[in-house]
Design a protein around this ligand. Structure first.
Ligand SMILES: [Zn+2]
Length: 458
């Protein structure tokens, strides 16, 4: 009698519970919401593409009846990471030429290797490899600039990742366009094809001020605004770039681009190492996002970006890996968080500079702002897209745990990422890809290495 009463109560509770597709629970839920709540024994409920609720596990399970559950009592649940600057297909050129100056590296190695080898097939397999690596390291959204960007988009969708993908515009013949005009035409077709895609934000990506003309830059801006999509570009990466632009135009790259109206719309600039106070004011007034790339900036000795000043000015500064062909050489945002924090400390001489929580903000909610997606991703909040990851805390380097932010930024590794969900779909479970075929991708990478090596002058 009592038993049937209890089961009656149980079924009554179930009837009251709202249906959900998933409840994902973990030892800690790090929300990155406006209050920056960290919930002990927390959980999120997900239905379709979106987060329904975030709260203590017991309350979530009382309120929601999920079809599937993921219980991770020895992991942290947090929003997926945003890689704000990458060149995904360059994964196939990983480490092809290291320890060189940027211009020499670009002109002697990268541009020639690309001219001979970059085909749609190269881009497809390179993107698959990059997406596999990014998913395994907790990246759920990435911003990209490359060629054959429609193939990048196809491979990104196949991997289940979210991409803000920019078709490159450059003022010399490249693998997918002989002229900037041809590149712009390709970019428009690409934008039209993917503008309503749930995972892809198509964009236009004039490579940099020093590889474009005023005309191609203005046309790229006009194209981006016609479709309300972002413009992605490299800005003030090296001192040499600034000197070159100053010698020719008498002003900084940021001032020049602003004068040409290039920041008049959604904009994401990569690097911004050599931006002075006036440049920072321009970027803030135009609402441009900045992708800070600490590994790339250190490896190429480009300099230390004034990240504290940019954040202090209210700029959205995210973190990017850049391409892996010599400027990084991987897509590991955990390393970028750690290095970003430490670079600012040593540069400012103040260990309080860029604390762990702020570094995680750059990799999540601020990163989302840089790609104009902060209303949709970047934090665990009801109504946002379900882009989330779990990170295991059961390894020696993960215990004991006093502060989740400190652990995530200074101790945990990309290899601790365990599960990844993008847009409500689980794409990685227990570090097993549910979307891609890792063995085939690794074998192809080796095949491409042999082919590319043979194509280079000895
Ligand atoms: Zn780059």
């Amino acid at each position: 009698m009592i038993r049937s009463f209890v089961s009656l109560l149980f079924f009554a509770a179930l009837a009251l519970a709202e249906p959900a597709d998933w409840v994902i629970a973990a030892r800690y839920a790090v929300t990155m919401d406006p209050a920056r709540r960290v919930i002990d024994d927390g959980a999120v409920a997900v239905r379709g593409e979106r987060i329904l609720a975030v709260g203590p596990r017991t309350a979530i399970l009382k309120a929601y009846q999920p079809k599937q559950r993921l219980d991770r009592p020895r992991a942290i649940l947090l929003p997926g990471l945003v890689n704000a600057h990458a060149h995904a297909p360059m994964s196939l050129l990983r480490g092809i030429a290291d320890d060189l100056k940027l211009q020499e590296w670009l002109e002697k190695y990268i541009f020639p290797a690309e001219a001979k080898n970059v085909t749609p097939e190269f881009v497809r397999w390179g993107t698959r490899l990059a997406c596999l690596e990014m998913a395994l390291s907790g990246v759920t959204t990435y911003a990209d600039m490359y060629y054959f960007e429609e193939v990048v988009a196809e491979a990104t969708k196949e991997a289940g990742l979210r991409g803000v993908l920019g078709e490159t515009i450059i003022n010399f013949p490249v693998p997918d366009a002989r002229t900037p005009a041809e590149g712009l035409k390709r970019a428009e077709a690409f934008i039209r094809r993917f503008r309503n895609d749930p995972l892809i934000v198509p964009a236009v990506a004039p490579h940099a001020v020093y590889t474009n003309t005023e005309e191609s830059l203005r046309q790229a801006r006009a194209l981006a605004n016609r479709y309300d999509v972002p413009l992605l570009t490299h800005l003030s990466e090296t001192k040499a770039e600034n000197e070159q632009v100053r010698a020719k135009w008498g002003m900084t790259p940021a001032a020049l681009l602003d004068q040409w109206g290039i920041f008049g719309g959604k904009t994401l600039v990569a690097h911004a190492v050599w931006v002075d106070e006036a440049d920072r004011r321009i970027l803030r007034e135009r609402g441009a996002g900045v992708a800070h790339c600490p590994s790339s900036n250190t490896k190429l000795a480009s300099g230390v970006a004034p990240v504290l000043a940019m954040l202090g000015a209210g700029l959205a500064v995210g973190l990017g890996t850049d391409g892996p062909a010599g400027s990084n050489n991987d897509f590991n945002l955990f390393e970028e968080m750690d290095l970003a924090a430490k670079m600012q400390k040593v540069f400012s001489g103040d260990p309080r500079a860029l604390p762990a929580r702020q570094a995680l903000e750059m990799a999540t909610i601020l990163g989302a702002r840089t790609v104009s997606l902060d209303k949709q991703i970047g934090s665990l909040e009801p109504g946002k897209r379900a882009d989330l990851i779990t990170v295991a805390i059961d390894q020696p380097h993960a215990v004991p745990l006093y502060d989740v932010y400190s652990q995530l930024v200074y101790a945990l590794k990309a290899a601790d990422v365990r599960d990844v969900m993008v847009n409500g779909r689980l794409i990685l479970r227990e570090r097993q890809s549910l979307m891609l075929n890792p063995a085939a991708i690794l074998a192809k990478a080796e095949e491409f290495r042999a082919k590319i090596s043979a194509s280079l002058p000895q």
